[in-house]
Design a protein around this ligand. Structure first.
Ligand code: A2P
Length: 270
């Protein structure tokens, strides 16, 4: 096989397994950044899925973590949204990547936050905290989301206003997007909340659901298992609290092999 290797490839060091090249990096806060990488030509994925990505450590061993793909399936590149953990084995290094650098990307997408795991419905809720918005950044850019549902509600709860910015800009750009704008139309409602800084809507989404604020704000009666579908992505505690709220409303958890009224996945941390 090596006789097929071009001179450019042999001179690149170190040669990473499953290497992809970073095309852009954006730092949103001192704790959050997003980046885009080249997409392996053979990689097919469903919006909402995750892959393993990483870097080599000092001993040349790969450090890999699960990352939701934040870009839609039709995009030429892959986008990821990450927290920076100062002593995190991967993110302490990953936060320093620059365009032209290489990362490892194992091209085996998996995950439950996919349309196939939900039964048909009228309205879909995407409930996110922190970097848990990543799979929904993919799904809100996927025409299938708007073909399958009359209404799409993206909620995002973060500590501070600056933590919402990635999602805010994403949503703001959707309506005018030449590829997806006409699908989105007026179907998408964006519901950002903060918990540790004042903003137009403060409080945990869980509390705002339980006291009825969300429904009053959106002009809805409540959750109805015949109509509402949901996807949850955040911390373990958030996922658990959200599941209790959805189960109490009569929604059942689904999976790829057994679609239901809601699905849940833990956001990447560390
Ligand atoms: P809070 O500030 O009240 O903890 P983190 O940065 O810790 O991952 O949290 C991201 C956001 O998720 C914060 O706004 C946080 O609110 C909120 N959050 C954390 N745990 C829960 C939970 N169990 N239910 C609802 N929201 C939560």
């Amino acid at each position: 096989m090596n006789d097929q290797t071009t001179p450019a490839e042999t001179s690149r060091a170190p040669v990473l397994p499953d290497a992809q090249t970073v095309t852009s990096v954006r730092h949103w806060t001192d704790r959050l950044f997003s980046f885009r990488v080249t997409r392996p030509r053979s990689l097919r994925f469903r919006s909402g899925e995750f892959v393993m990505i990483g870097l080599l450590n000092d001993n040349g061993k790969p450090i890999l973590r699960a990352y939701s793909i934040a870009s839609p399936a039709w995009d030429d590149e892959l986008e990821f949204y990450s927290i920076k953990v100062p002593d995190g084995p991967l993110t302490s290094r990953l936060q320093h990547i620059r365009p032209g650098d290489q990362i490892i990307l194992r091209p085996k997408p998996v995950g439950t936050l996919v349309h196939d795991a939900l039964l048909p419905g009228k309205r879909v809720w995407f409930f996110a905290t922190g970097t848990g918005i990543a799979p929904f950044a993919s799904l809100v850019r996927d025409p299938e989301t708007y073909e399958k549902f009359d209404q799409v509600i993206l909620t995002h709860t973060c500590r501070e206003v600056a933590d919402l910015e990635y999602g805010r800009q994403l949503v703001e750009g959707l309506k005018d997007d030449p590829l997806i704008g006409e699908f989105v139309g007026d179907k998408l409602s964006y519901y950002p909340t903060t918990t540790r800084e004042d903003s137009p809507k403060t409080g945990r989404i869980t509390d705002l659901l339980q006291d009825g604020t969300v429904f009053a704000d959106l002009g809805l009666k409540g959750l109805d298992p015949a109509v509402d579908r949901a996807m949850i992505c955040g911390s373990l505690a958030f996922n658990k609290d959200m599941q209790e709220i959805l189960e109490a409303a009569g929604l059942r958890e689904g999976a790829n092999s057994d679609p239901g009224e809601y699905v849940v996945e833990k956001a990447f941390v560390g």
